[in-house]
Design a protein around this ligand. Structure first.
Ligand code: GDP
Length: 470
């Protein structure tokens, strides 16, 4: 603010509208600083790394490679119902409970960590793409790798396909776990072949998706699965800054009779400690105790570690970002500000309509037009997708996040919400839950029964986007 000759409060306001809470004494990362400077109409020039070496920036930061340390991958298990997601999560966990360790008793806190070859892997305990995408719809991405479970006796099923789409939309790499390999009728090769149709190409089929044959029942292949996850993680070069105030995500929260409001958080950077004051969404906590997935009290938790936090004043929501702040007063100030913002927003109404999207896109200069398309028959869906693809120019193009046959479901709405997309129904309607969710999240659903009308509307919207304003 000083160097731009702007008021500090204006800088903080912009940070807050972006959901980042900062105070005048906080250090923000260079990317954020750049965005803010641009937002305020200034020109930014990045200085060299030597400034860092000279100690001008001695606060730990993602921008200083020396501060970065490898971190454990965070994994979500997805797949069709009854293909063995829960069994696999349980089997992996049990295999890793060292006998004698807290009597072998494990604690379900929403995520757990296991060790393989001295390296940690973090598993989110709520399987399925719904939780994953619900988080993403709130702007939170916890997952680094998706393990897609496909039962070898059943093959690719509707929710397998949905999971693939959701993982792809989030650009999270997939590892295929071909489960129930112990069953005599299992056919792993058939699974690999079926996956081809959904653009998941495993290595033996000439692609680069890793696959492992497993059995949650006999525990065959579990080590190999963990090793494969670590291999994939190595490709991703996952790193985080373990120093400094903790930040991360709430992955589960509840009101516990004996213990009050508790939340499980996943630390993403920095280190969370007992005694810290943290803000999560509209709630805050003075951390009274931290409990790990083995039910043990711990003093601190670093990047990629899930811990249960005791000491919340209220129950935060899964998907809320949390950050440690310097004191109570700040925590109150931030949560009150957010509560007010929410009240104002709910009074003011929804988010994505075709027109609002145009305005937003214009402002951001991104000429991608995200759409979710659902239709009654494959033929018309293909025709619509082909026509929309043709509309694209160098400056703007339709980005079809998902296209498929069938009614509009909740899952479609969550995906649209995560990607800021509009939903188009061709000769299909949205079910009641989907309608409710869409109106709650302010997602526009448009219905058509003539392809020409549909394409024409999108075209008009896109040309509106291109109309020169200068
Ligand atoms: P989810 O719905 O994907 O979480 O699936 P579950 O973990 O609940 O498993 C569904 C059913 O498949 C249960 O009856 C499990 O006992 C069974 N199952 C899961 N994994 C295996 C496996 O590796 N082999 C066999 N034979 N059955 C399995």
């Amino acid at each position: 603010a000083n160097r731009m000759a702007e008021r500090a409060v204006d800088v903080i306001k912009i940070l807050m509208t972006q959901g980042q809470m900062a105070t005048i004494n906080d250090v923000i990362d260079a990317d954020t600083a750049e965005l803010i400077a641009i937002e305020l109409g200034h020109t930014v020039k990045r200085v060299s790394e030597s400034d860092v070496e000279e100690g001008l920036f001695d606060v730990p930061s993602e921008d200083n490679p020396a501060d970065l340390r490898p971190r454990a991958p965070v994994v979500t298990i997805m797949g069709h119902v009854d293909h063995g997601k829960t069994s696999l999560l349980d089997a992996i966990r049990q295999a890793n409970v060292v006998s004698g360790e807290a009597g072998g008793i494990t604690q379900h806190i929403g995520a757990y960590q296991v060790e393989q070859n001295d390296q940690q892997v973090t598993f989110l305990d709520t399987p399925g793409h719904e939780a994953f995408t619900a988080m993403r719809a709130r702007g939170a991405q916890a997952t680094d790798i998706a393990v897609l479970v496909v039962a070898a006796d059943d093959g690719v099923m509707p929710q397998t396909i949905e999971s693939i789409r959701h993982a792809k939309a989030a650009e999270v790499p997939i590892i295929v776990a071909i489960n129930k390999i112990d069953k005599p009728e299992s056919d792993a090769q058939r699974v690999r072949t079926e996956l081809l149709q959904h653009e998941v190409f495993v290595e033996s089929m000439g692609g680069d998706v890793l696959d492992v044959e497993v059995s949650a029942h006999t525990r065959q292949g579990l080590d190999k699965l963990l090793e494969t996850i670590l291999l994939q993680a190595e490709f991703l070069e996952l790193k985080a800054v373990p120093e400094g105030r903790a930040e991360g995500l709430v992955i589960e929260a509840k009101l516990d009779r004996g213990r009050g409001a508790v939340a499980t958080v996943l630390v993403q950077r920095g280190t969370l400690r007992v005694g810290d004051i943290l803000v999560a969404g509209t709630e805050f906590a003075r951390v009274r105790a931290l409990i790990n997935d083995k039910g043990e009290q711990v003093k601190e938790a670093g990047p990629s570690t899930p811990v249960e936090v005791l000491g919340f004043n209220g129950v935060p929501s899964a998907g809320d970002r949390f950050s440690v702040v310097e004191n109570d007063a700040r925590a109150r100030e931030v949560t009150e500000y957010r509560q007010r913002a929410i009240r104002e927003k709910t009074a003011g109404g929804g988010a994505t309509s075709l027109e609002q999207m145009m305005t937003q896109l214009k402002a951001s200069g991104i000429a991608k037009f995200p759409l979710v398309i659902k239709g009654d028959v494959q033929g018309s869906v293909e025709a619509i997708v082909a026509s929309l693809d043709k509309l694209g120019t160098d400056e703007v193009s339709a980005q079809i996040i998902l296209s498929g046959v069938g009614g509009i479901t909740e899952s479609d709405v969550t995906l649209a919400s995560a990607s800021n997309a509009i939903i188009i129904g061709f000769n299909v309607r949205a079910n009641k839950q989907a309608q409710e969710l869409a109106s709650r999240d302010g997602i526009e659903i448009r219905y058509y029964n003539i392809i020409y009308d549909l394409v024409d509307d999108v075209k008009q919207a896109m040309s509106g986007l291109l109309k020169p304003e200068r």
